[in-house]
Design a protein around this ligand. Sequence first.
Ligand code: MCU
Length: 413
Amino acid sequence: REMYVIRSKNRSKTVALVIAALTIAGTLTAQAAPAAAAPVEDDGVDCPVTLPGSTPANAKLPDPFQKLNGSRITAKADWRCRRAEIKKLAERSVYGEKPAKPSSVTGTVSTSNITVNVSHNGRSASFSARVELPSGSGPFPAVVVLGGFGADTAAIKAAGAAVINYDPLAVGREGTPRNNKQGAFYSVYGSSSSTGLLLAWAWGVSRIIDVIEQSGGGILRPDATGVTGCSRYGKGAFVTGAFDQRIALTMPIESGTGGAPAFRSVARESGAQGLGSAYGEQPWLGDAFTSFTGNPAGLPVDTHQVIGMIAPRGLFVMDNPHIDWLAARSGSVAALAGAEIYKALGAGADITYWSDVQDGNHCASRSEWRTPLQQHIQKFLLKTGNTAGTFRISGKKAGNLAEWRDWQTPALS
Ligand code: MCU
């Protein structure tokens, strides 16, 4: 009896302790994992970043995990502000600056069209994009397709996502000299802006997403946007995904120099478009890149870190190994190095690189990419799938990461 009483007392104590423990655990869990906040264009705006006057030359791909102060990050949570450093370095040396959201962005979303009106500091501009909805009932996720070719829009719609046909040239025109850039971006920020066309195009996509957000999401979901495009528009898709964290899925196709391929590797890849050629062909890259066309080792960042700006969001890089000019070997180098960042963040399954394709034509319609394209849309936009990221590197253009790095991937807490 005595025993029973003791046991009973202990049991109630135990029960009380368990309840207390669960309560504490519940509170801790609630604090550690708040409901996922709606993604924002740039979640690192509050990070303190002071760029140094110069950075050391480095013939290899810079260590993505090493901060400007020389120490390496140790936790996944550190990536947010390390990304802010990379973003600032990439703006200063490669793309030019992407201005924050203008003071006024208005517009409309209909089942066939999106209009965007922007004004800032007394200057204004407008552009629009044609919408194609999939069958079924919305609201739908959407893939912004830069330029009118190379992306499998039928497959995108068949997977259940809308297509937003965006003409980047309305926002950043080609064929102008660097001191007289034209298009909606330059109407607002000035024709002598040092920002290159790629980031101007990216800014335009961000303003489309602003309008989708403000529309209330009845037709298109603001939280499920992808971006794609081929060739020069693959360069644009790559940069667009890197500079707007609201984009859940980035899919550059055959982007070549100025896109996904690592600059340092491009400079040594036989037959690839050279850095000076890409800089000179169109004002795609920012004016500041002129200092690096003959000195890639001087670049404070390379495109594996731009891939890191996309991480841990969905990324599906498509390359064509049959045309030397397209720098697919350097595309694989960037993707392999960028995948190390994904792995460190625990998102190794969210990056895919695919250059194992048959048709040699640039921006051809390719059956090999149709299924993975739809699987990526299901996973990252519809949130119904769980395809694992894969590397399908063509033996014709297989880069060797070991040649390009002198850092190891940390185990981040
Ligand atoms: C791969 O993207 C470009 C390439 O950089 C240019 O040199 C070439 O003129 O055009 C390609 C392209 O955009 O093709 C449609």
